[in-house]
Design a protein around this ligand. Structure first.
Ligand SMILES: [Zn+2]
Length: 446
């Protein structure tokens, strides 16, 4: 390849490639695209990443995303020079990923029946817009800027719109956000308005909003920043780089994410496949993806609860007709995703194929937890002095479940990703007001 990167169809029996200077995110065969790099990065970069933590005022070294720019280098940046980086790379003053690293949280470990030392949780809620989305938005908006686009566009359960609107405002570009009316956390809706996005309310759920936004982008030329955009997933790989850096690049036994649109699952999978192929890691962590019971498409398909067949990557030929039949059955029965964890209230995960590839590579598992379990998980994170949203509570709740099932062993090293900050304070108030809840501390009167 001539440039620093290309886009390549993920379907191995197709494998068509595209240059990167366009906003095509789907191959002509219908499959999604990956970013592939012309250079194989050397492991000696590990030292450079450490050195950049003494950033000396360079926001591209301060940023927890761009500090790893050599591993997501579609822009062809090979410099420590601030001005040269600033001409291309989009950053909110170095703040994306800056505060994100894994922490030991002893009370969460007790709840998850894990050893204090081997259970780590990485809060991504301390990103500038309050969720992991900023990792991927900084790269997607960088690509948008390279293309010179005037408007970005997305559908959102709340976190994406907050992040997109924030970066758009900072870069002085337009931003349209499609949201399911009445189904996003009030704090997230407020952010989209406050950052000056054009909010388009869709009657329906996130899946309807995504369909509407993709249609609009196709008709009117907006640049889509949802996770179907492969540049989003490149930025989200840095979540895993920060985990690994904290562990001196010794992979944990497990990495655990909540499952919604499955962008993180896909991104983590691509990250690990690359690091393995580049010879950076020898051991491959297992992925555990935790669905909400009320939005459990991936759980049901992966575990053979539909048509008695387990949906698998199948060497790049997953049975997508079965997925279509599953969706048709959802529509026929009028089943809509329903959970208070609105961030993962998604019935049609857009990245399902890439997520299957990730689980295939990592021998992953998919489980589900109830809203009550997620609330307990969210609350125990709070009792460690960290803040997370209900969807992130799926992580400690899921680990607890896998411990009880014996799949995760006591001495396994487990890293869970807490995807976002609490933007629906009503949920915390409601939880603690009910004395029947596991960790409730009800208010008293004076
Ligand atoms: Zn293709």
């Amino acid at each position: 390849m001539d440039g620093p990167a290309i886009k390549k169809c993920i379907n191995p029996s197709c494998g068509l490639t595209y240059e990167i200077y366009n906003d095509i995110y789907r191959c002509s065969c219908g499959s999604l695209l990956d970013i592939q790099y012309s250079k194989k990065p050397g492991r000696d970069l590990i030292e450079r990443f450490y050195q950049r933590r003494n950033h000396g005022g360079n926001i591209y070294n301060e940023s927890g995303v761009w500090r790893f720019r050599d591993l997501i280098n579609f822009a062809g940046i090979d410099t420590e020079n601030f001005e040269e980086c600033a001409r291309v790379l989009v950053s909110l003053d170095g703040s994306e990923g800056r505060l994100s690293k894994p922490y030991n949280m002893s009370k969460a470990a007790d709840y998850a029946e894990m050893d204090h030392g081997s259970f780590l949780l990485q809060p991504e809620g301390y990103n500038p817009s309050g969720s992991f989305k900023d990792n991927g938005m900084s790269t997607a908006v960088t690509h948008a800027k390279i293309l010179g686009v005037k408007k970005i566009i997305c559908a959102s359960t709340g976190n994406t719109s907050a992040s997109a609107a924030m970066y758009a405002a900072n870069e002085s570009i337009e931003c349209d956000v499609y949201i399911p009316k009445g189904e996003i956390a009030p704090g997230k809706l407020g952010q989209a308005f406050q950052f000056g996005a054009q909010v388009i309310q869709v009657q329906g759920n996130f899946d309807d909003a995504l369909a509407a936004s993709l249609k609009k982008a196709k008709e009117s030329g907006g640049y889509t920043v949802n996770s179907v955009n492969p540049f989003r997933l490149e930025g989200q790989k840095t979540i895993v780089y920060r985990v690994l850096e904290h562990l001196n690049w010794n992979p944990p036994d497990w990495i655990v994410y909540p499952g919604g649109a499955l962008g993180n699952t896909s991104s983590c999978g691509k990250c690990l496949i690359e690091l393995f192929e580049w010879g950076w890691i020898k051991k491959i962590p297992r992925l555990a993806i935790v669905n909400a019971e009320g939005a459990n498409t991936f759980y049901e398909l992966y575990n053979g609860q539909f048509e008695d067949k387990q949906l698998r990557w199948n060497s790049g030929r997953p049975d997508l007709d079965m997925v279509d039949r599953y969706y048709a059955q959802m529509d026929k029965k009028g089943v809509r995703p329903k959970t208070h964890a609105t961030a993962i209230q998604i019935g049609r995960p857009a990245n399902i194929s890439k997520a299957l590839r990730a689980l295939d590579f990592t021998k992953g598992v998919v489980l589900q937890v109830s809203d009550k379990e997620m609330s307990d998980g969210m609350s125990i994170v709070g009792l460690n002095g960290f803040d997370c949203e209900m969807a992130s509570g799926a992580v400690p709740a899921g680990v607890r479940k896998l411990r009880k099932e014996g799949l995760i062993k006591l001495d396994d090293v487990v890293v869970g990703i807490l995807t976002g900050r609490q933007k629906d304070p009503g949920l915390a108030v409601e939880y603690h007001t009910d004395p029947n809840n596991m960790f409730a501390r009800p208010p008293t009167s004076h």
